[in-house]
Ligand binder design. Structure first.
Ligand SMILES: Cc1cc2nc3c(=O)[nH]c(=O)nc-3n(C[C@H](O)[C@H](O)[C@H](O)COP(=O)(O)O)c2cc1C
Length: 184
């Protein structure tokens, strides 16, 4: 059975290593998973006052519609100041409303965090997990994926240097495929 997976990348910068990680995860994933990158950099900051039919930003509606059309979500994000980048937090907030129509409810999800430091975005990973649990999404527990020293993983053309890293990424995606299948 095939599943549609939305990929959200928390870094907005052009040369993002997390986006390279996301590209590699997609490349090594089981063929039963179909991926779409859903961009979140253009989402206005969530403001409940604007969430009415005549004032709602088009980007919020577009994001909610896109996410509702996907069976699962893969988050790949850096850690900013030991927590989530605002881009991801804002996407969570936008998707969680209007009240009762959250696009996160029962959504199988996987979290991969990457940082230049040695801790691999542990803080961001678990802050995201905390929000997803509250939102009644279904974040995969194992394998955990905290990727350290991300600036050392890739060649200049964005391909990954080590086979071992690629194998680890493939194992994450294999388990994610099984997780989605179980919850489908
Ligand atoms: C605002 C900001 C805050 C950061 N805070 C952290 C942090 O808390 N922990 C960490 O390991 N790296 C931190 N970094 C460094 C990131 O790991 C590094 O910039 C990484 O390359 C970002 O991912 P990207 O290449 O996908 O953009 C921070 C970077 C920025 C721009």
């Amino acid at each position: 059975m095939t599943h549609k997976v939305a990929v959200l990348v928390g870094s907005l910068r052009k040369g993002s290593f997390n986006r390279m990680i996301a590209n590699t995860l997609v490349e090594v994933a089981p063929k039963t998973l179909e991926f779409d990158f859903i961009e979140i950099g253009d989402l206005p900051l969530y403001n409940p006052d604007l969430d009415e039919d005549d004032t709602r930003p088009a980007a919020w509606s577009r994001f909610r519609t896109d996410m509702a059309a996907h069976d699962a979500v893969l988050f790949v994000t850096p850690e900013y100041n030991r927590t989530l980048p605002a881009s991801i937090k804002n996407a969570l907030d936008v998707g969680s409303r209007p009240y009762g129509a959250s696009i996160w409810d029962k959504k199988p999800s996987a979290i991969v965090t990457g940082s230049m430091g040695g801790v691999g975005g542990f803080g961001a990973n678990h802050n995201l997990r905390q929000a997803l649990v509250f939102l009644n999404a279904a974040p995969m527990q194992q394998p955990e994926a905290y990727i350290p020293a991300i600036h050392e993983l890739f060649n200049d053309d964005g391909t990954i240097k080590k086979d071992d890293t690629k194998k680890f990424f493939a194992s994450i995606m294999e388990q994610f495929g099984i997780w989605i299948d179980k919850l489908a």
